[in-house]
Ligand binder design. Structure first.
Ligand SMILES: Cc1cc2nc3c(=O)[nH]c(=O)nc-3n(C[C@H](O)[C@H](O)[C@H](O)COP(=O)(O)OP(=O)(O)OC[C@H]3O[C@@H](n4cnc5c(N)ncnc54)[C@H](O)[C@@H]3O)c2cc1C
Length: 464
């Protein structure tokens, strides 16, 4: 039997807009449209009681504040726990990456608050567009794409993920913690929610996340498991994921949020990108004469760095990202520029220094790396300084020996010229050559020592 039609009321401008899925992107879109004087109706599968948003609820407060302000919501009222830095675990070595107002917030409460700004019909699980009578149907159902339908073959990629809400009476680390898996196949996270509660979850393209999660829980057994949630996360961005919109009869169906691929592939952050895509769609819908094509073009332009991230991550996962591959280098450079840019910091809430960026762009190996450039670790009790001092001594000793003797030899050969150099010229030449050679020798010695340690010729004790 055909599903009964959901008749949409006549809305402003003669266009009837239905938003299917009232998660973060659908709720923001509806509220924003309402503030712009455009009426839309939301259709949401879940009820208001016990509304669930399977997600780790972490975002940049600086990034989200501006969006929520436009719909009269103050994010500060919903902050659960602000980060003091993210502790990245690379094979047993913790690196503290500085953050800029990265925090967990009460995401379901924010969604329900925004949903109060427009009409939402709850417990309305939509399957396909045929049951909805409206001119524009927005698919905001996240990973499901319940209305627009599955993506074209080869254009969609989702990462399986699973998460627990747990409680520790005495947390082993009361901080934001992530443990990346080799070759960017995914990562494990532990995000604090305050009051001893944490989200502990993992996502992995190789489907190894459950094993890794139980391994972690074995290392740090919680006192209580409060809830469990599993749902995959889409990482194929606009421009790769297709289609972003389609026509069905007279109706336009258009995707927004995670349904449109608005998720940063490296980190799986989808909250702010979802809001960004909803803001773009709200602008197009409110401008009159809605064109899905120009909305798609805008998304492709806005999220171009997400495509660089996607290509980079995919090549790393496939093991085809070589240092000599200019495409991979280009994408890596693009990503590095993004993470150090204002937009990158506002979107991710992470404020990495150059050393963190270079670490993040390197391939992770299966076994713990014992590399000299590993530095960091500001955690009490974890050694770091000694390794750095010894490393510098090595470098200087090598550089001084090679650099000093080469400079002396070169200057000497100058003196054997027919016209001997004047003393000032000789001194200048000597300084210039020494500095250049010293610099090159230092670089070489770093690499050389690093290689010797990696090959096990030199032993390096300590965790740095
Ligand atoms: C485990 C996990 C952890 C994550 N952690 C983070 C994080 O810490 N920070 C971050 O920025 N991003 C995170 N993300 C990504 C982020 O959660 C999503 O990208 C973001 O929530 C997408 O928002 P959305 O509104 O597009 O979709 P969703 O949040 O998925 O919302 C979709 C809505 O549609 C409804 N719906 C679904 N099907 C139907 C249907 N057929 N009919 C009607 N309604 C329907 C759902 O009930 C829901 O309300 C995480 C994702 C996962 C899976």
């Amino acid at each position: 039997m055909a599903a009964p039609k959901i008749i949409m009321p006549a809305l402003s401008g003669g266009v009837r807009i239905a938003i299917v899925g009232v998660g973060i992107s659908g709720a923001y879109l509806g509220a924003r449209l309402s503030h712009l004087g455009v009426r839309a109706v939301g259709l949401e599968a879940q009820g208001e009681d016990n509304y669930r948003s399977p997600c780790a609820w972490a975002t940049s407060i600086d990034g989200i504040r501006g969006y929520l302000r436009t719909v009269d919501v103050d994010i500060e009222e919903y902050v659960l726990r602000e980060a003091d830095g993210v502790y990245v675990d690379l094979g047993g070595t913790l690196h503290r990456v500085p953050t800029r107002r990265l925090a967990t917030f009460d995401k379901p409460a924010v969604i329900l608050r925004m949903a109060r700004e427009f009409e939402v019909r709850r417990r309305a699980r939509v399957r396909g567009a045929s049951s909805i009578d409206s001119d524009v149907i927005v698919d905001a159902t996240g990973v499901h794409r319940a209305v627009i339908g599955p993506a074209e073959r080869g254009t969609d990629l989702v990462l399986p993920a699973y998460q627990l809400t747990v409680r520790y009476r005495e947390p082993w680390l009361d901080e934001f913690y992530v443990r990346p898996f080799p070759r960017y196949s995914g990562y494990l996270w532990q995000f604090p929610l305050g009051g001893g509660r944490f989200f502990v979850g993992a996502g992995d393209l190789n489907h190894d996340h459950l094993r890794r999660l139980s391994e972690f829980l074995g290392e740090h057994p919680p006192d209580e498991v409060i809830s469990r949630d599993g749902r995959p996360i889409r990482i194929s961005p606009p421009g790769i994921l297709r289609p972003m919109w389609r026509l069905e009869g007279e109706r336009t169906i258009v995707a927004v949020g995670e349904a449109a691929g608005a998720v940063l592939p490296v980190l799986g952050e989808g909250i702010l990108p979802s809001l960004e895509s909803s803001e773009a769609l709200a602008g197009h819908l409110a401008s009159g004469g809605f064109s899905a094509e120009s909305y798609e073009r805008e998304l492709i332009g806005r999220f171009s760095v997400f495509r660089a991230a996607y290509r980079f991550v995919r090549r790393k996962q496939e093991g085809t990202c070589r240092a000599a591959d200019p495409r991979c280098l280009l994408d890596a450079a693009r990503l590095a520029a993004f993470f150090s840019s204002e937009r990158g910091r506002t979107l991710t809430g992470v404020a990495p220094g150059p050393q963190h960026i270079s670490l993040a762009l390197r391939p992770f190996r299966g076994r713990p790396q014992r590399r000299l450039y590993r530095r960091g670790v500001d955690l009490p009790g974890v050694p770091g300084r000694r390794g750095r001092v010894v490393r510098h001594l090595y470098a200087f000793a090598l550089a001084a020996t090679i650099g000093g003797s080469s400079a002396a030899a070169l200057v000497e050969s100058f003196w054997r010229l027919e016209r001997p150099l004047g003393s000032v010229e000789a001194l200048a030449a000597s300084i210039a050559i020494s500095v250049t050679v010293l610099f090159l020798a230092m670089l070489l010695s770093f690499k050389l020592t690093e290689e010797l340690v990696n090959r096990g010729v030199l032993r390096w004790d300590g965790n740095y």
